[in-house]
Design a protein around this ligand. Structure first.
Ligand SMILES: Nc1ncnc2c1ncn2[C@@H]1O[C@H](COP(=O)(O)OP(=O)(O)OP(=O)(O)O)[C@@H](O)[C@H]1O
Ligand SMILES: [Mg+2]
Length: 266
């Protein structure tokens, strides 16, 4: 008797990431409510919103550090909602969290090797140094002794050299000089040009919108705008959406009472 046919492979057009009606948060606190979001394969998406909107919580839900209480998460069309974080890494997810996501007590080389696919350690280091020669002089340095910008570069280069399917980046440029931020955005751009999908949380909104083709705006854990990044470049529109959250508190309390999604209709 033949075994049942395996599930059909996901179509080539499946988005790199899809969140379907995801509700998520921390014990006793719902943060994200009914969030639906897609990052096209090889596409760059900016995730914007005021402090406390839930951007980091969304990225943690994608990386598997938080489990949604409702809804589903898909990578490349495959459901990963219940998959632990390390299994998602094996599927090609690279998470660059707030505060860099490197191992400060290890050397630069060790950081690269540790994140490399097995058997490709030397290649990973070579690709990183070739693309970013400055790192070549720093390979033996303890990562924690690098400057803030160098640490971010290491975090990004690690992603660049391991060619993930999807990179999550949270506040990469925080506290860095504009020139360093320029360099980091060059690396991000190179990654996207090579076909890596990107979900970017970034305080430099203009830069994020230049890099991204699509943008989502979160306020109080709900998506209040999604569409072409160019549509959000309009300062009036952007301020309008931001004012939803920074303005006076009205119906949408950030509690568990089922915040209605606010229509951008004023
Ligand atoms: N570990 C946690 N436990 C409980 N609540 C948390 C935790 N981390 C964040 N929160 C709450 O979840 C909400 C969303 O926080 P989150 O860090 O996702 O926002 P954010 O959009 O990333 O903000 P920022 O722009 O300041 O980084 C906030 O109200 C925050 O206080
Ligand atoms: Mg955050």
């Amino acid at each position: 008797m033949s075994a049942p046919a395996p599930p059909a492979p996901a179509p080539a057009t499946a988005p790199a990431l899809a969140l379907e009606n995801v509700t998520s948060g921390y014990q006793g606190t719902t943060v994200l409510r009914d969030v639906t979001l897609r990052v096209p394969a090889g596409g760059a998406v900016a995730l914007l919103g005021p402090n406390g909107a839930g951007k980091t919580t969304l990225l943690r839900t994608v990386s598997g550090l938080l489990r949604p209480t409702a809804g589903q998460v898909y990578f490349d069309g495959a459901k990963v909602t219940a998959l632990p974080a390390h299994r998602r890494v094996r599927l090609g997810l690279c998470d660059i969290p707030e505060g860099r996501g490197i191992f400060p007590s290890l050397t630069v080389r060790e950081n690269l090797v540790l994140q490399s696919p097995r058997g490709r350690e030397k290649q990973t280091v070579d690709v990183a140094v070739e693309a970013f020669p400055r790192l070549g002089n720093l390979l033996k340095r303890t990562a924690g002794t690098l400057s803030g910008g160098e640490q971010q570069m290491l975090a990004l280069v690690r992603a660049y050299a391991t060619e993930p399917r999807l990179v999550l980046v949270d506040e990469l440029s925080l506290g860095l000089a504009p020139l360093v931020v320029d360099r980091l955005f060059e690396i991000l751009t190179a990654m996207v040009e090579r076909g890596t999908a990107l979900l970017l949380v970034e305080q430099y909104v203009t830069r994020a919108l230049e890099l991204a083709s699509e943008a989502y705006l979160l306020a109080r854990g709900s998506v209040v705008f999604s569409g072409p990044a160019a549509d959000l470049s309009d300062a009036d529109v952007f301020e309008h959406y931001l004012s939803i959250d920074v303005g006076r508190d009205t119906a949408g309390q950030a509690d568990d009472s089922g915040t209605p999604r606010r229509a951008p209709d004023e």
